[in-house]
Design a binder for this molecule. Structure first.
Ligand SMILES: [Zn+2]
Ligand SMILES: [Zn+2]
Length: 213
C-alpha cells in the first residue's frame, strides 16, 4: 500500500467516518473538523483524488475501494492501539485516544495482527467503537432518547477529553448497567452502582445505550 502523509491519512479517516455517520462527506465538513483553510483542504483532496483514494462529484466526496480499504486499516489500527494502551500499558482512556492518533500511522499489518492477539481480539475500542470487521453495527440509542428503565452503556461517540472525563467520573463506561430514572428534555437522571446522578444533555447525547433484555 502506498505511503501517505499523516494529514492525508487523517482526511481519509474523517471522510470514512462522515460517510458512516452522515451518509456522505462534504468539503465544509472537513474544513470544520480540522480547522483548516479551504485552500489547504482543496490541495489535499486534489492529491487524494490523483492517487485514486477518493472521487468527487459536485460537492460530495466519496472514498474509492482503495480509499475505503486504507481508512478501515487506519481505524482498526487506532482502535487496537487504544486497547494496547489501556489494557496492557495501563493508561487512562483519554491519553490512550490521544496517543493512538499518532500510533495508528506506524504499525505494519503483521504487527497490528500481533497486537490484536495480545489484547485478546477485542470487539471494540475502550470507548466502545467497533473494531472493523468484527462488529460493524452499533445497535443502540443516545441516552437523551431513553425512557425510564434498565440499560447497558455501549459507546461514547466523540472521544473528546471533557466528554471522556465527565463520563468516567459518572461511571458511564461501556459495559456498565445503568438505570434511567427520569428524562427531562435530554437531561437524564440515572442510577449507577446505587448512586443517583444527573447527566447533562451535552454528555447524554454522546452516550449510546442499549435496553437491557
Ligand atoms: Zn480514539
Ligand atoms: Zn476509542
Amino acid at each position: 500500500m502506498s505511503e501517505l502523509s499523516e494529514p492525508l491519512e487523517n482526511y481519509l479517516k474523517e471522510i470514512y467516518e462522515l460517510e458512516e455517520t452522515k451518509g456522505h462527506a462534504k468539503v465544509v465538513d472537513l474544513i470544520d473538523a480540522f480547522s483548516i483553510s479551504p485552500g489547504t483542504i482543496s490541495k489535499a483532496l486534489d492529491r487524494l483524488e490523483s492517487l485514486g483514494f477518493i472521487d468527487r462529484k459536485s460537492r460530495r466526496i466519496k472514498l474509492t475501494e482503495d480509499g475505503k480499504r486504507l481508512a478501515i486499516r487506519l481505524i482498526r489500527s487506532h482502535r487496537l492501539s487504544e486497547r494496547l494502551l489501556t489494557d496492557i500499558v495501563g493508561l487512562d482512556w483519554i491519553r490512550a485516544h490521544e496517543l493512538a492518533h499518532r500510533l495508528e500511522h506506524i504499525w505494519p499489518e503483521d504487527v497490528l495482527d500481533k497486537i490484536d492477539e495480545v489484547v485478546g481480539h477485542p470487539k471494540t475500542c475502550p470507548h466502545g467503537h467497533p473494531i472493523p470487521g468484527r462488529e460493524d453495527r452499533v445497535e443502540g440509542v443516545p441516552l437523551t432518547e431513553t425512557k425510564p428503565g434498565e440499560y447497558t452503556v455501549i459507546m461514547i461517540v466523540k472521544e473528546k477529553e471533557w466528554i471522556l472525563r465527565m463520563a468516567d467520573s459518572l461511571g458511564l463506561l461501556p459495559g456498565r448497567n445503568i438505570v434511567v430514572l427520569d428524562n427531562l428534555n435530554g437531561e437524564v437522571k440515572v442510577q449507577i452502582n446505587n448512586k443517583e446522578n444527573k447527566v447533562p444533555r451535552s454528555l447524554a447525547e454522546q452516550v449510546i445505550v442499549r435496553g437491557a433484555q
